[in-house]
Design a protein around this ligand. Structure first.
Ligand code: GDP
Ligand code: MG
Length: 205
């Protein structure tokens, strides 16, 4: 079935945040470059020092996040033969969130909205898995950072993984409206879109 212009896959959007360590490591250009070169379009960008409220809300937009993250973290402790700090997943997540707030409010970040076909999935592929120790080589987290939960948990801090990206289309929509006002996300055309999405690559001659 043909796509209407608004429902065309090229309209999917995702939120990407260059975290404070990404800025401090001078990786702004590298991170932006990887999104641009795959063919995504930057439709919103701002630099800010996040407040505690902004970050707490960001991580709890999904009411399930608290439980899911606690369970995942407990599993990763027990898989390594380690004892989690609590048996209650919500208490485990409370520690994670406290460390995340400290990390994410420690300096400027860059929040961006990227648009393009399968933007959410494509960006997750570009940034790689959450824990840099196991993120694939070739991804941002796999190529530019070497942190692990063993090290970060032992030092009571958040894992430094350079970037955040939305995990699903729903999460993306919620996160974009949390970080950006409607008018801060710009609807415009790139001339190269004809080459990326045009049915007949029209415009060459
Ligand atoms: P992401 O979407 O790949 O960033 O990962 P999640 O949404 O699952 O988690 C968000 C953040 O919570 C991560 O960037 C980590 O800082 C933290 N986090 C998630 N899972 C764990 C975990 O198992 N252990 C610890 N210590 N932190 C975690
Ligand atoms: Mg996530």
């Amino acid at each position: 079935m043909p796509h209407s212009s608004k429902s065309h896959p090229s309209h999917e959007r995702t939120l990407v945040i260059i975290k404070p360590d990404g800025i401090q490591r001078s990786l702004i250009n590298e991170i932006i470059k990887r999104h641009e070169q795959i063919g995504l379009k930057l439709v919103g960008i701002k630099m800010l020092v996040p407040t505690t409220e902004l970050i707490e809300k960001h991580y709890t937009l999904d009411p399930e996040w608290y439980m899911k993250t606690g369970l995942k973290s407990i599993k990763s402790y027990t898989d390594k033969g380690l004892t989690p700090p609590h048996t209650d997943p919500l208490k485990v997540t409370a520690i994670i969130l406290k460390n995340l707030v400290k990390y994410m409010t420690s300096g400027p970040v860059i929040a961006m909205v990227w648009q393009g076909a399968h933007a959410v999935q494509i960006v997750r592929k570009l940034i790689g898995g959450t824990e840099p120790l196991s993120s694939n080589v070739g991804t941002i987290r796999g190529d530019y950072v070497l942190d692990s939960y063993t090290m970060s948990d032992g030092d009571t801090r958040s894992i430094r993984n350079l970037v955040h990206a939305s995990g699903s289309v729903k999460e993306a929509n919620d996160e974009i409206s949390h970080w950006f006002k409607k008018e801060e996300v710009i609807d415009y055309k790139l001339v190269t879109e004809q080459l990326v999405y045009g049915v007949n690559m029209e415009g060459i001659f």
